[in-house]
Every structure is written in structure tokens, then in C-alpha cells.
Write a protein that binds this ligand. Structure first.
Ligand SMILES: [Zn+2]
Length: 137
């Protein structure tokens, strides 16, 4: 297994209240999901472990939306409405960071994979293998 170098990406919501850091490779593979909520917001998933993620500021600005099973915690900024990260149902002990909310300076090559979230139960195993920063090729 080749060690992959992690860099610290920064990002956050639109108004600047929520700021975050995530340790991940420069070149990233992200998931574009077609489920009811992701397709409406154009969210691009960067799935990471808890220890790769840090909320720098804005905890008090977050509101949380839940639906269906209530497992996923859809955190969004209550000022600007942007969901820059959340706790996904597929990775309840990790985070999904929205690639679209990462400051672009640190980003290399981005590969977008499609995920069929409309058929979540049938496909979630594939998503659980897709944790960034691990050897998942
Ligand atoms: Zn905001």
C-alpha cells in the first residue's frame, strides 16, 4: 500500500460563519449522489474519518435538518443556508464534506463518481468503501 500524502484543505459556508478544515489528499475522488436531497443541492461528497475533520468556527450558526431514518445529520448554516459538511447515514461516525465548499487553492485533480442514492440500501456498501485517505482503489 502506497502512503498518500495528506494536505489540509480549508473551506466553509457562503457567509463565512462556518469554517472547517479537512485532511485529505490533494487529488480527490468525490461522490455525486442522485438522492432527493443531494440532487437538489448539487452536493459533492468528500467522505472522511472523524479525525480528518475539524470545525474551526460556526458551531452556533449551524442548524440541523433530518428526514427519513433521521440518521443523517444535515447541518447547514442558519445565516446563508449552505451545507458545507454533514454526518451522512453511510458514515455516522465520520463526515461528508462538500467539495463545492472547499477553498480551491489546495485542490488537485478531482474525480467525480456517481452514486445511486435513490437506491441507497442496494448501493451503500460501495459508498462505505469510498472513504478518502484510505487505500480504497
Ligand atoms: Zn453561512
Amino acid at each position: 500500500m502506497m502512503a498518500r500524502t495528506l494536505v489540509t484543505h480549508t473551506g466553509g459556508c457562503h457567509c463565512g460563519a462556518v469554517r472547517l478544515e479537512v485532511d485529505a489528499p490533494r487529488d480527490l475522488t468525490v461522490q455525486e449522489c442522485n438522492c432527493s436531497i443531494c440532487s437538489r443541492s448539487g452536493y459533492l461528497h468528500l467522505l472522511v474519518e472523524t479525525e480528518q475533520f475539524r470545525l474551526l468556527q460556526g458551531k452556533e450558526s449551524l442548524s440541523t435538518y433530518t428526514f427519513n431514518t433521521g440518521v443523517a445529520q444535515h447541518h447547514f448554516c442558519r445565516h446563508c443556508g449552505i451545507k458545507s459538511f454533514y454526518v451522512p447515514r453511510s458514515h455516522p461516525n465520520g463526515y461528508s464534506v462538500n467539495l463545492r465548499c472547499i477553498d480551491s487553492d489546495s485542490l488537485g485533480k478531482i474525480t467525480v463518481q456517481t452514486f445511486d442514492g435513490r437506491n441507497w440500501e442496494a448501493n451503500v456498501a460501495e459508498l462505505r468503501r469510498a472513504r478518502t485517505g484510505q487505500n480504497n482503489e
